[in-house]
Design a protein around this ligand. Structure first.
Ligand code: PLP
Length: 457
């Protein structure tokens, strides 16, 4: 079997970090394209944190956030369910062996052919928020198990979703529940999404209260077996974020309003699992000195840095996901940070990653690192103007790998030990004494990195 570079996972021993791996890749001088370092262990750690903090809430990963097969396979191996929004997402998830019962078709406005496909492969649970969707489901999948999606918006969110989806829980949902009963359709639950990147934790309490009221009402209008509460996404995903506070709000609300343990509770986290696992490395390939007037009208010098990934690639998240990305140099610098801007590689003036920031002086060929780049980046990126979408270099610590390797859909033939950088981006490892973030210690203190390469089936 031919294994492509991006399918390989490097099993790391000794001290390492995404930064040290990124440095190792660029140090050979042959790497020119931007790339991601994906730390599988970050995903595993987040899964365990979730299970510890919200044991009652089963995560169904929102595939739209990042459909990288390695991420999806890792979560499948850990046992999560999946929120799919389309036929292609269902195909992806089932192709790696996930049973249809572990999938919710969580798009309230589905194409008829996708509903038919869903029926064919046995993905029975799906959301709706309108009369026409009910009619469509009646026609194409009358045995579906339906979940009514209600609207309950956070006071502030990075990406509000209520403007597009979710019926009003007071004025619209009761009518839709009655209509579903008249049509002979089975409604089994309530779902909501408070907004992606929500900045208000209390909104989960409000949404769970609305859901409780609808569970009671549904039972009275003919939906005798309401059994699923889907609390959606909205959870933070960056390296320094924490779900402790939001989990306390959710656990408390569930204890109060859904003390009946026969109700299954799921969530659809996307950003939470994807963001921090991916670190992007991009190279400065051009610079330009300009002067611009500051707020007081005084001329200030300013450097424009052009890097090989931009808003048509990974940094589409700046436009669509309203992300604030942070550029870091990959080597320590003593020089004072200077005013500058960072631009993508395309010939479009819109292609600006950071219009006003501060970085120590950089020269062509130097690399920048951007952490927390795994959410709503890769699946949206295009190769506009001929600039390639970055490839993913996956790494896993050997301790995590030992625990995970038998759960993955992998066989022994997918593993090998040796030079990790085969193919066009080969790096001479003999020139690289250490993969550590810190200055290289003496060889006796520096365990040689050991790589085991493997690939997903
Ligand atoms: C229906 C649905 N569920 C889950 C998610 C994932 O949200 P988040 O990444 O905020 O967890 C989204 C994001 O748009 C969504 O539309």
């Amino acid at each position: 079997m031919i294994v492509s570079e991006e399918q390989r996972i490097r099993v790391m021993e000794g001290d390492w970090s995404p930064l040290s791996v990124g440095r190792h890749i660029v140090d050979g001088g042959l790497q020119e394209d931007p790339f991601y370092v994906m730390d599988v262990g970050e995903v595993v750690a987040r899964y365990h944190t979730w299970r510890e903090l919200m044991p009652r809430v089963e995560p169904f990963y929102a595939v739209k956030c990042n459909d990288d097969k390695l991420l999806v396979s890792t979560l499948a191996a850990l046992g999560t369910g999946f929120d799919c929004a389309s036929k292609a997402e269902i195909e992806l998830v089932t192709s790696i062996g996930v049973r249809p019962e572990r999938i919710i078709f969580a798009n309230p406005a589905k194409m008829a052919s996708h509903i038919k496909y869903s029926a064919r492969v046995g993905v029975d649970t799906m959301t709706f928020d309108s009369e026409t969707e009910l009619m469509k489901i009646k026609q194409h999948m009358p045995r579906a198990q339906l979940v009514v999606r209600i609207r309950c918006d956070a006071a502030a969110a990075q990406c509000p979703l209520g403007i597009k989806f979710g019926c009003d829980p007071v004025t619209e949902a009761p009518r839709l529940l009655k209509l579903a009963a008249v049509l002979g359709l089975e409604v089994i639950g309530v779902s909501f999404h408070v907004g992606s990147g929500t900045q208000e934790t209390g909104v989960y309490l409000r949404a769970i209260q609305y859901s409780r009221a609808l569970f009671s009402l549904a039972a009275n209008v003919g939906h005798a077996n309401m059994r699923l509460l889907d609390i959606g996404g909205g959870f933070p995903g960056s390296l320094h974020s924490d779900i402790r506070e939001v989990s306390q709000v959710i656990n408390g609300a569930l204890d109060t309003y859904f003390s009946d343990r026969s109700v299954r509770v799921i969530a659809e986290p996307g950003r939470y699992f994807a963001a921090a696992a991916y670190t992007l490395f991009a190279m400065v390939h051009a610079t330009r000195e300009v002067s611009q007037k500051d707020e007081e009208g005084i001329e200030q010098s300013h450097t424009m840095y052009f890097i090989n990934d931009g808003v048509y690639g990974s940094f589409n998240c700046v436009l669509y996901d309203h992300q604030h990305v942070v550029a870091e140099t990959i080597e320590p610098k003593c020089e004072k940070p200077q005013p500058c801007s960072v631009w993508g590689p395309s010939c479009d003036g819109l292609d600006c990653v950071l219009p006003n920031t501060f970085l120590p002086p950089l020269i062509t060929g130097e690399w920048l690192m951007f952490r927390d780049m795994g959410a709503y980046t890769l699946p949206v990126a295009s190769a506009f103007n001929g600039f390639p979408v970055p490839k993913v270099r996956a790494v896993i610590d050997s301790s995590v790998w030992s625990a995970l390797k038998d759960l993955w859909p992998l066989s022994e033939s997918h593993f090998c030990r040796g030079d990790p950088m085969t193919g066009p981006q080969t790096v001479d490892q003999s020139m690289l004494p250490s993969l550590s973030d810190t200055p290289s210690p003496s060889p006796s203190h520096s365990p040689a990195p050991v790589f085991v390469e493997c690939a997903l089936k």
